[in-house]
Design a protein around this ligand. Structure first.
Ligand SMILES: [Zn+2]
Length: 120
């Protein structure tokens, strides 16, 4: 069972496309190709994002990662340092906006998590 199937089981309203079993080859198909944020209501959100392995195929690096978080990139120009990674620098406007609720904390958490994966 893929993660999309699991998410759909959690909430049938999600209707996320699932690869299911390929009729001929009998192998699961990975169909999650873009990051999406699902609002389940009651303050619960789920981010469905491509797996790390898939990012690897795309040669994701720190600069490319920023392309997937346009709301962070829009804000980056206001950070104190022009090479701010928004992880630990002082004067980071992104972190300030997360704290102020202007950038969704789940999105920022996903950015931090992926940044840490890339750094390893
Ligand atoms: Zn920053």
């Amino acid at each position: 069972m893929g993660k999309s199937s699991i998410l759909n089981a959690l909430d049938e309203r999600l209707q996320i496309t699932t690869g299911g079993l390929h009729a001929k080859r009998g192998t699961g198909r990975h169909t999650t190709s873009s990051s999406t944020l699902h609002d389940l209501g009651g303050g619960t959100f789920i981010i469905d994002t491509p797996g790390i392995r898939e990012f690897g195929l795309w040669s994701l690096d720190r600069d490319t990662l920023r392309d997937y978080f346009p709301e962070l990139e829009e804000t980056a120009g206001l950070c104190r340092f022009n090479d701010c990674t928004h992880l630990h620098e002082p004067g980071c406007e992104v972190k300030a906006r997360v704290a102020a609720g202007e950038i969704h904390p789940a999105r920022y958490d996903a950015y931090v998590r992926l940044s840490e994966e890339i750094a390893d």
